[in-house]
Design a protein around this ligand. Structure first.
Ligand SMILES: [Zn+2]
Ligand SMILES: [Zn+2]
Length: 154
């Protein structure tokens, strides 16, 4: 893991502007509730579950929190990560943060962010090219999540 949380954003004001633009593109407004959701993702700096959101934003009902996340996902601002449905976690879209991978624990639901080394990325890029070439497909990015058991659960 890196020395700073992956999902922090260097310029939060700029991030809010970007989120607003993306929501407008899908005819949605950047409401106070949605803004609170984005602020929380930035502050916590790791993929969050609905229960974690409930702890930090007790004034927001779970159903609204979920609704906001679905809307933000639709606007391409938030990404959902899950090894199993009951373990869904949400984070800022990768193009708003930085490229990374996840380790997903199917026992406790933890999602661990991992930053790949340049050598790892070169290897993955080569393998992705090879896979895509089979279908004459042009890859522009990749997502790689590893599923298994974390150190506490194994
Ligand atoms: Zn675990
Ligand atoms: Zn990668």
């Amino acid at each position: 893991m890196g020395d700073r949380p992956l999902h922090t954003h260097p310029n939060v004001g700029g991030l809010h502007d970007l989120v607003e633009v993306r929501l407008r593109r899908v005819d949605q407004r950047y409401t106070g509730g949605r803004r609170a959701m984005i602020d929380l993702l930035v502050t916590l700096g790791h993929p969050v579950s609905i229960s974690e959101i409930a702890v930090h934003l007790p004034e927001v009902p779970r159903s609204s929190a979920y609704r906001h996340l679905v809307d933000l996902q639709g606007a391409g601002v938030v990404r959902r990560i899950a090894a199993k449905d009951e373990f869904a976690r949400f984070e800022l879209a990768e193009d708003l943060t930085e490229h990374h991978h996840h380790l997903l624990c199917t026992t406790c639901g933890r999602v661990i962010d991992v930053t790949p080394t340049p050598a790892f990325e070169r290897t993955v890029a080569k393998m992705v090219q090879e896979l895509a070439a089979q279908e004459d497909f042009h890859p522009t990015s990749h997502a790689l999540d590893v599923i298994g058991h974390c150190a506490r659960c194994k």
